[in-house]
Design a protein around this ligand. Structure first.
Ligand code: ADP
Ligand code: MG
Length: 646
């Protein structure tokens, strides 16, 4: 597995630097009048950040399709004016994006100056990703920032070529896209519901293929549903059906994941493709002769609303009907409101889907409305976007990424907890390791909130394996997930020895954690008696077998080796002892899970501190540590991370 995180403008020094930013100013503009400035406004956070940090800013974008020719219909000059208005400061305009005059203007810039270049696509070299053209753009500046998510799926000179000549990092808008879309598709809170619609199945085959393996329910509507129904043998009358996709659609319907697919229960059928056409709600098998399905029906709306209300993550791409005509917009509008009303983390991608949500007036209540139509689709397909791929990695790991977990046990208070996270954010901002905080569960929400977008992750110290019910005093995995946890400790030695948790209980807990989308951190370890009797390896093997029984093999699962005699006693295992025990654990995981064992991170825990950390971290099988007492002070935890990384 490769772990990757891209550098952003926050990770580099831009003071006194000339920064060239690829933005998406492809706004609707007729006769010099901009009818919608959403995209200009969306670029403001990055521009403002760079201004605050003392950079000078060169902005570049394409607009429309001038086909490599200078065509004033597509000039960005009106955008420079509008940007100056919304920023309340002057924006210079360069009448060509390259050339002597522009180079002179760039060279004369001072911190705080802003300049917008003329449409990149006036030069055919832009879309050809011509290296000389890319270099000419690069020569204007010291740093390249990509903030145009909508163009990140295209390998052009301003999105890909330029990155080979300058340090290249993400802007704040593109960072938000990667974080939000990534969160939805790689580690979704469950139930994970995806809604898909739009004109055609063919546009979205890869999205369906990729997401079907991950979702709990895939709700299908729009023109796309017609092809599914036709594949099931319904006569769809005059509805749009893709005859050449019937076999493929049948293969989705007969796959073992088919039960996740939810087709409409009824449709709105119309006599013709016309805003004023006669129309009725009916079942799919009852479309009148010669009529066509143009929207989902009221029963479907009710069912979809119910599933959306109960989801924890919702991703939506593609309108559910011909929403451009009011008569066939009801399904799409009702679903837009349902997504906005749902407590789920919601993400919307796709050009028409975004206009539909805007039309419903609810976009401000959606967690993330993607700015990239085609780019967000490719992201949902699981593709690597070339414009993001070329940006510098903050860290990248081939293999097991180090993990430092702070197990606070029953310590801290709410004020200290929040302060700790703010402090850690700053002091450990540049670590390549993964940091996980395990606060007492009552502080979980607060800690998770404080850690938003920091890369610091949270976990809960213990859960009960039932989802809900009469279990006074207990907390379930789904509740922990809901409060922002990614991890759950299962079978810490204190749980086993003070509270009598058995390996069977640990296995139930780990399985329930996975069910809820949490990652189990399974703890094992021997007592002093077992060690002295020479039974360490035997105990570890049994513990691993019993605790992982029922756990679905997954590279994300973490194991922690915690010799009971080294917890809270000040006695640490020697690095050699720990390495031997952990190597034995890895072998046992391999016996159960095969090659995946190479990817599983195994931590050491037990009286870790800033002085002994380096010895542990240099052992080949030890991938990180679980820190107890020394994790209660941010400075001492940071010191451990620093010394561990040396
Ligand atoms: P997005 O841009 O969000 O990815 P698409 O471009 O795939 O969405 O699909 C949007 C188009 O699908 C809309 O123009 C809409 O009118 C059309 N559409 C939706 N439902 C139907 C239907 N039942 N029959 C024909 N066209 C439909
Ligand atoms: Mg579209």
């Amino acid at each position: 597995m490769t772990y990757l995180k891209k550098k952003t403008i926050r990770d580099i020094n831009v003071n006194n630097k000339r920064v060239i930013v690829r933005v998406d100013f492809n706004v609707p503009c007729k006769n010099g009048i901009i009818s919608d400035d959403t995209r200009i406004v969306a670029a403001l956070p990055t521009i403002q950040y760079l201004l605050d940090k003392g950079a000078s800013i060169i902005l570049m974008s394409h607009m429309g399709r001038p086909k490599g020719k200078r065509n004033m219909e597509y000039s960005l000059a009106p955008v420079a004016k509008r940007l100056a208005d919304v920023l309340g400061r002057p924006v210079r305009f360069a009448e060509d994006c390259v050339g002597e005059e522009t180079a002179k203007m760039a060279a004369a810039m001072k911190p705080g100056d802003i300049m917008l270049l003329e449409n990149l696509r006036f030069h055919p070299e832009e879309e050809k990703n011509d290296p000389e053209f890319a270099k000419a753009l690069a020569d204007l500046a010291d740093i390249y920032v990509d903030d145009a998510f909508g163009s990140a799926h295209r390998a052009h000179a301003s999105t890909v070529g330029i990155a080979s000549f300058l340090p290249a990092v993400c802007g704040l808008l593109i960072e938000k896209e990667i974080v939000s879309l990534g969160k939805a598709v790689s580690n979704p809170a469950r139930p994970f519901v995806v809604i898909m619609g739009g004109a055609k199945v063919s546009d979205k085959i890869s999205v369906i293929e990729n997401l079907l393996t991950k979702v709990d329910s895939l709700l299908i509507g729009g023109g796309m549903a017609n092809t599914f129904f036709a594949a099931q043998g319904y006569n769809m009358q005059a509805s749009k059906v893709e005859e050449d996709k019937l076999d493929l659609t049948r293969s989705f319907l007969s796959s073992e994941l088919a039960e996740r697919i939810q087709l409409p229960l009824d449709v709105i059928a119309a006599s013709s493709f016309d805003a004023n056409a006669e129309h009725i709600a009916c079942e799919v098998g009852e479309i009148p002769e010669g009529w066509m399905a143009l929207d989902i029906g009221p029963k479907t709306v009710d069912l979809f609303k119910y599933l959306i209300r109960n989801a924890a993550t919702v991703v939506w791409n593609g309108p559910l009907g011909v929403f451009e005509m009011d008569a066939f917009a009801e399904g799409t509008m009702a679903i837009a409101r349902a997504v906005a009303d749902s407590p789920a983390f919601s993400v919307i991608g796709g050009g028409d889907s975004v206009s539909a949500v805007n039309k419903a007036g609810v976009s401000y209540r959606i967690d993330h409305v993607s700015t990239g139509g085609g780019a967000s689709l490719e992201f949902l397909e699981g593709k690597i976007l070339p414009g993001i791929d070329v940006l510098e990695d903050k860290y990248s790991y081939e293999g097991r990424r180090p993990l430092y977990a702070a197990n606070w046990k029953m310590n801290m208070d709410s004020a200290k907890a929040a302060y700790f996270v703010d402090d850690l954010r700053q002091k450990a901002a540049n670590t390549a390791a993964e940091l996980v905080i395990l606060p007492p569960s009552v502080y979980l929400s607060q800690v998770a909130k404080a850690a938003t977008d920091s890369g610091i992750r949270c976990g809960i110290q213990n859960i009960y394996w039932e989802n809900s019910g009469p279990f006074t005093g207990e907390v379930s995995s789904s509740m922990a997930k809901d409060c922002g946890a990614d991890y759950v400790l299962c079978g810490h030695s204190e749980r086993r020895h003070i509270f009598g948790e058995t390996a069977d209980m640990v296995a139930l807990k780990a399985a329930s954690a996975q069910q809820a989308g949490l990652i189990p951190m399974v703890c094992v370890g021997e007592t002093i008696e077992q060690r002295q009797a020479g039974k360490t390896m035997e105990v570890l093997k049994q513990d691993i077998q019993a605790s992982l029984a029922g756990v679905t093999p997954d590279a994300q699962v973490v194991i922690a080796y915690e010799p009971v005699w080294a917890i809270g006693t000040g006695l640490a295992a020697t690095a050699a002892d720990a390495e031997a025990a952990i190597a034995c654990i890895r072998q046992e995981v391999e016996a159960m899970w095969g090659e995946l064992a190479e990817e599983i991170r195994i931590l050491y825990g037990g009286s870790v501190n800033a002085s002994n950390i380096a010895e542990f971290m240099t052992c080949p099988n030890i991938d990180g540590v679980m820190v107890g007492g020394a994790s209660l002070q941010c400075d001492s935890f940071v010191k451990i991370i620093e010394n561990g990384e040396k």
